[in-house]
Design a protein around this ligand. Structure first.
Ligand code: SF4
Length: 190
């Protein structure tokens, strides 16, 4: 994903109702779907932020709150972090456990500071998702159920907003649960 500067929101947001994050720890380390040399990290945040996640969006240059999945999505370099209101946190394209711990530590400190002092909005950056990035998470079977001849053409049309992710019915198979979850996150940036 690539980013370019956007205009910053003008006002800081009040987070006085939110409780400080006390725990943000790694629960599971799995291979990344798109790149087997990288890791997908499942973490736990406590207490969960629930409805207080949305006001945190301006804190991150490439932050995006999704009403649809109830999560704050943060893109940093190649890393994509998704914080769910329930307290689940996933990170993709992580190099190793040390990077996972460091990323979580920074995240926890940033959120704690925002809860204590208020959200200082960062300059916004627009995120551009490439078709290949979407393709990597599709089943790559070229089955044609979506009406396209290949998964790659579906990825291009999805990126252009011409089709919806629901048309790829094989993604409903439980074996693609993580792919679907990640694609739902990626499509928030389209
Ligand atoms: S339905 Fe999904 S798996 Fe089948 S061709 Fe379309 S994008 Fe690929």
């Amino acid at each position: 994903m690539q980013g370019k500067a956007e205009k910053a929101p003008e006002k800081a947001t009040d987070l006085s109702q939110a409780k400080p994050v006390e725990i943000l720890e790694v629960r599971q380390i799995l291979p990344c779907i798109a790149d087997s040399t990288k890791f997908r990290i499942i973490s736990n945040m406590a207490p969960p932020l629930g409805g207080a996640l949305k006001p945190l969006e301006p804190l991150f240059p490439r932050g995006r709150y999704s009403e649809k999945i109830g999560a704050l999505i943060i893109q940093r370099g190649n890393i994509l972090i998704t914080i769910y209101g329930s307290g689940n946190v996933t990170m993709t394209m992580i190099k190793d456990e040390a990077e996972a711990s460091e990323t979580l530590k920074n995240l926890k400190e940033t959120i704690k500071e925002a809860i204590a002092k208020g959200v200082a909005p960062a300059p916004r950056e627009k995120v551009r998702v490439e078709p290949m990035e979407i393709y990597k998470y599709l089943p790559q079977t070229d089955c044609g159920e979506c009406g396209e001849q290949s998964c790659y053409s579906f990825a291009i049309r999805l990126m252009n907003g011409e089709v919806s992710l629901d048309l790829c019915t094989p993604l409903k198979d439980p074996k693609y649960r993580q792919n679907l979850e990640h694609l739902q996150v990626l499509t928030e940036y389209l």
